[in-house]
Design a protein around this ligand. Structure first.
Ligand code: SAM
Length: 225
């Protein structure tokens, strides 16, 4: 049984695509997609030996060793031009790490039409990377599982401009304005107020003041929505 979070990522994977799942851990996502007959073949990339071994075991146990190749590699180094990967999934990491993986390996994205990213935090970094690198958001989703809120960003090639508010909140999530979306930003703004109060009590160094300003800027953006 796939988590609700990964099942939502899976919903954005096009039929018959060639997939690379980066940071695949147990390779649950490619195995699920293969079981459902969604994908043709896949690469499961993992940089850590332990998860790499469990991905291999899981792929073998599902009988997909000929169609899911598990590779021990850092980020997008798991894929090569000859693989003709069209869809990349990167889930369950921080937005900053996802962004650095995309940035470090962007020349490997030549055949890639769609990137599905599920950052645990800092989705803004991915949105910013997208517009700077010829991608745009074609869909976004937000969900809650076990008390945690997750965002899913679907990128395809194209150019777009987003306002600071859209970069922070997500242009499509903002339009959809679901109850989970509203709950997320209520939680965030409450946390910001708490942090600002704590920072007010600290010695007002330059660093503290910059931190306060940046939180205040985000707070003002969200409160206007
Ligand atoms: N994608 C799965 C999911 O969403 O459930 C696993 C998420 S797990 C929290 C993150 C995985 O990414 C870990 O197995 C970690 O070893 C792997 N990882 C982190 N940095 C990576 C990198 N630069 N290249 C490949 N894998 C990486």
């Amino acid at each position: 049984q796939l988590s609700k979070r990964l099942a939502m990522v899976a919903r954005f994977v096009p039929k018959n695509t060639v997939l690379a799942d980066i940071g695949s851990d147990h390779a649950y996502l490619p195995c699920y997609l293969m079981n459902k007959g969604v994908i043709q073949r896949a690469i499961a990339g993992e940089v850590v030996k332990g998860p790499f071994e469990s991905a291999k075991r899981n792929v073998q146990a599902n009988g997909f060793a000929d169609r899911i190749e598990v590779r021990l590699a850092n980020g997008l180094l798991a894929i090569e031009d000859a693989d003709e990967v069209e869809t990349v999934t990167i889930a369950g990491m921080g937005g900053t790490l996802i962004t650095s993986i995309l940035e470090a390996g962007k020349e490997r994205l030549r055949h890639v039409k769609r990137i599905i990213a599920q950052p645990n935090l800092h989705a803004i970094a991915i949105r910013q990377w997208a517009i700077e690198n010829g991608f745009q958001l074609v869909d976004e989703e937000i969900l809650e599982e076990d008390g945690k809120i997750y965002e899913i960003l679907v990128l395809e090639r194209g150019s777009a401009e987003y306002s600071p508010t859209d970069l922070l909140l997500g242009p499509i999530l903002r339009q959809k304005s679901s109850p989970v979306f509203r709950a997320k930003w209520e939680r965030e703004t409450r946390e910001w107020v708490r942090v600002l109060e704590a920072l007010d009590k600290a010695e007002q160094t330059n660093e503290i003041q910059l931190k306060k300003q940046s939180i205040q800027t985000n707070y003002d953006l969200v409160r206007k929505v």
